[in-house]
Structures are given as structure tokens and as C-alpha cells.
Design a protein around this ligand. Sequence first.
Ligand code: GDP
Length: 322
Amino acid sequence: MDDLAERVAAGDRRALARAVTLVESTRPDHQEQALALLDQLRGLNRQALRIGLSGTPGVGKSTFIEAFGMMLVDAGLRVAVLAVDPSSARSGGSILGDKTRMDRLSREKGAFIRPSPSSAALGGVARRTREAVSLCEAAGFDVVLIETVGVGQSETMAAQMCDLFVLLLAPGGGDDLQGVKRGIMEMADIILVNKADGDLKATATRTVADYASALMLLRKRPYDPDDFPKALAVSAVEGGGLDQAWAEMQSLAEWRKFEGHWDRTRAAQAAHWFDQEVREGLLARLSQDANIKAHMRDSADAVARGEVTATAAARAILRRLT
Ligand code: GDP
């Protein structure tokens, strides 16, 4: 274990992959090892810029990550890409599982790409992604991209582990047309209208203007400088606007660091995850006991039939823990 920690700390990608496998494992002994490993690495206190990236399928996420990631790698930065995809268990594969995605980036020494762990439980996916982010930071990555698929829950989760959140949209159409939920737009720090090239360029420019005015309504959030959130046009295929998008991300991150929001946000996120872990741990403890589990099922039915109030039934279950 010490050896693995050392190799991760030295930035060894194979060791990092092994460490991520360890945190993804559901085996209790692996989980113990993973906890010990994370604890050893915590002392390094390394931080990456964590960027959440969301967008509906087809908007160009993988094309964008490939181009954007290559740009960062070419600039000498180390880039990790992680995916949050709670639906992957259902579809039988992870969104990054397809080897043709991010083909060039995945061959780069300075890049680490990890598919989504295939687990149905959002809580499990959250923990593993969060711990994988920590491992990437310990391994000295400069940027960690956390990709989500625009379904809602996974964005909320990703937003709780990111320093900034980027929403990728297609030219034309309102957010309802693009299947983007209002709440997701409100999480965005930067909206990138992709495919601003060829015939779509003019539409993309109009779409940027539309979103820019929608975003005006969201301005004056305490953790934003005056000109954020903002919208820009990019072309993942041609590379247009990618450098500007990166400059905006950096300037936002710098501002938040300078103003103390970066640390405050990370502290609040850590507190949130602690809270989540306790809740999930309690629920897991309850359902480990077959008797309590049966009691919970019966109570749920009784509550549904209106025979007992939800509060009273829940209290009866919780009393069994003591
Ligand atoms: P994802 O499902 O969000 O990961 O989307 P993909 O990256 O797989 O892209 C979906 C489709 O959009 C592919 O056919 C891409 O070639 C195309 N695409 C992605 N980015 C751009 C772009 O910047 N311009 C244009 N014209 N097409 C793009």
C-alpha cells in the first residue's frame, strides 16, 4: 500500500488506475485499503482545477474534451477526465467505455481518462467519483474534468465536487428544446455553445446572445465576478474559441481563489459529502439487517395505505438502531 501511494504521488498513471479501481471496488477489504490510501495521500494537499462539464448526448462533449484536453496537454498541463453516468448500469456500458472516444487524448502521457463506474446507485457513483478526483489531484493532475450527461441528478452531484461548472449547448433552440433543465443552467458558470462552425456559425452566435441575456438574470451570485456567468461560442471540431474558454475558466478560478470563494466552496462541499456519507451509511446499516429491512418494507406499505404517518413509521425504524 505504501508503495502504491508513493507511485500515485509520483504521478504514475498505471498506479493511479489501480488506485481508482480500489476505490471503485465494493469489496470491504479493498474499501479499507482505499481509505488508507486516500488518507496517506491527503497530506500532499495538492489541488487541481476541477471542472464539471455537462451537456446532452450529441452536443459534442467527447469531441470537446478531446480538443480541449489536447490543448491543455500541449500547454504542458496534465489532464484527467472522469465521467459521472448513473445510467450506465442500465445501458450496460459507460459513456466513456467506447474506446473510440477521445482517441488522441487517451494516448497522451499527460492525460488520464477513466470511464464511469458501472453502479446503479447514485450515492456509490458519487463517492467513487469524488475519491477518484482526490486521487487524480494527489497524482499531480492540473485539471480534472468531470463529465456528466445532462439528466439532472448527476449534474447536481458533479456541481458539488467541482470548482467551476461548464454547460455545453448546441446552436439554436431554447434550453427546453435542448433537453436542459432550468436547474442545470442555473448551475453553469460558463455556457459554451458548441458547433460554431460552417453553416451553424451564425446560429451559434445568435444562441450565445440568447443565453447571454438569460444569464444576465443569474448575475450577482456572491461567488461570481460581475461579468459571470457568461456564454461563449466554441467549435470543438475546428478548435475555435477553446483558448478563450480556457482563459475565462482560469480567470474565474483565479478570482474565486483571490476572494476566498474557492476555499469556502470546497469546505462547504466537504461538509456536504460528510453529511451524505452519514446518511447513506445509516441507510446501509438499516438495510443490512434482514429484520429491519422487512420492517422497512412493511412500514413503507403501511405508510402508502395511509395506516400510519411517514414520520411515525420512520421514527419506529430509527428507534431500532439504538
Ligand atoms: P457527445 O455525445 O456529447 O459526447 O457528442 P460527440 O462528441 O460524440 O459529438 C456528437 C456529434 O457532433 C459528432 O458527430 C461530432 O462530430 C459532432 N460535433 C462535435 N463537436 C462539433 C463541432 O464543434 N462542430 C460540428 N460541426 N460538429 C461537432
